[in-house]
Design a protein around this ligand. Sequence first.
Ligand code: HEC
Ligand code: HEC
Length: 445
Amino acid sequence: MTYKKYALVLFSVALAILLIQCSKALDGKVAASLPAAEEAKAAAEKKNHSLVQEGKQIFRFDTFGDEAFWSGVLHLDKAIAGAANGGYGPGVSPNTALAVGLKVDAEALPPEVVAGIQSGAVRLDDPATTLALLKLNAVVGVKATFELSGGLKSVGITCASCHSTVDDSFAPGIGRRLDGWPNRDLNVGTIVSLSDNVQPIADLLHVDEPTLRNVLGLWGPGRYAAVLFVDGKAFRPDGRVAANLIPAAFGLKGLELTTYTGWGDISYWNAFVGVLQMHGKGSFSDPRLNDPVKYPIAVENGFYNVVNNPDLLTSKLPALKAYQHSIAAPSPAPMSFDAGMAGRGKALFLNKAQCAACHAGTLLADDKLHTPEEIGIDDFDAKRSPTGKYRTTPLGGLFTRSRGGYYHDGRFTTLDDVIGHYDRHLQLNLSAAEKRDLKEYLKSL
Ligand code: HEC
Ligand code: HEC
């Protein structure tokens, strides 16, 4: 071996040893740091998971103490029970409950109840059955408490009443829970009207009882008028009742603006609803509502700064938000639209039809406000919001909102109407075939 070769071999051996040592050292470093990082990640995931689970329970079952309103003021517990069970009136049988859009969680029913419903032994025309279902915590969004003697003590409502439905897997209105899906069958106005004591609401709005009952009767299924209880506007300038469609509470992660008119972020709005609409015992503050011209009802009642002690809501807002943000927009059944047409429709959505200018990104929403002129509609509902504008609705899971119409007040009955509106307003010159393709794409979201 020449000296040169010998040196080369020595050098190679040294290099190899060095490399092995290095990689060992690196291994050691990785081995030491990986578990720590993974542990932290796992811990964060676990924490978020438990926050989501907590939020799910709150979303489904927490009334924030609103029984004081729904039972204490409106006596809805007594209306549900009926005269035969210590209340008043005919009572609310399961059939009546289903007819006003309430849903039954089939997974909360024990096998003997399921068998009884199937055989007819469990009577769905008897309010006593509703009480049994409430005891099982099976009426979605309605939380009941019972006396030790077994009688109904009180009922309250939860977020799920409006923002959950069921998949009808057992029977129409009875099935597995679908949280976040708007309950477009729920007739909130009719349910409130079951009360023998709506006078306090009439007083709040400075109307007489028949006027209030008329308004409640006009809302119709899937609609509710949240802003009415701060500005007192029950009707639109064109004389139609002012009530907005219940929106989805899914597919909102990543959006700062919530509601049709962008009142605020999700926790702002959750507090607004929990305190001012559900009448839960929470705290809520918004100086924008301290405006006697725009929000006379809020000013008269101090709704711009509500403090409850104890506060049964505020500490729950992070979990509630985590749960809502954990619910992705659902996908429609693959057979419910024509995939080929939807593909062409997507290209139109992104380009010629200009939809993606606002319905952008994965959420199909730009998280921005738009003037009424931009989208070609009147400014009534926008002007009732502190923002004065409309927020782009995220379009994911649009199929879950196919009943009740589109846009905040359901003014467009069908997707054809929506597309026709944009075609005219944005002067898109879409052909009939292009409109059909665009519609299939909307159905695929
Ligand atoms: C009586 C029915 C009802 C109840 C109960 C209710 N909501 Fe709503 N929710 C609505 C309506 C109607 C709107 C639309 C408000 C608007 O923009 O005019 C809405 C809007 C929302 C939005 C905005 C969605 C979006 O697209 O930005 C979220 C989020 C939401 N609600 C969550 C909740 C949570 C959480 C609760 C329980 C604390 C709750 N809601 C209770 C009817 C209800
Ligand atoms: C300038 C911004 C903008 C453009 C462009 C736009 N949208 Fe919208 N879109 C909005 C806003 C804002 C709303 C909410 C309107 C309301 O609720 O009153 C909305 C609502 C909708 C809704 C109703 C969703 C629901 O659940 O009620 C559909 C469907 C829709 N847009 C589809 C489209 C399509 C299809 C196009 C293209 C042809 C399009 N949009 C173009 C801003 C826009």
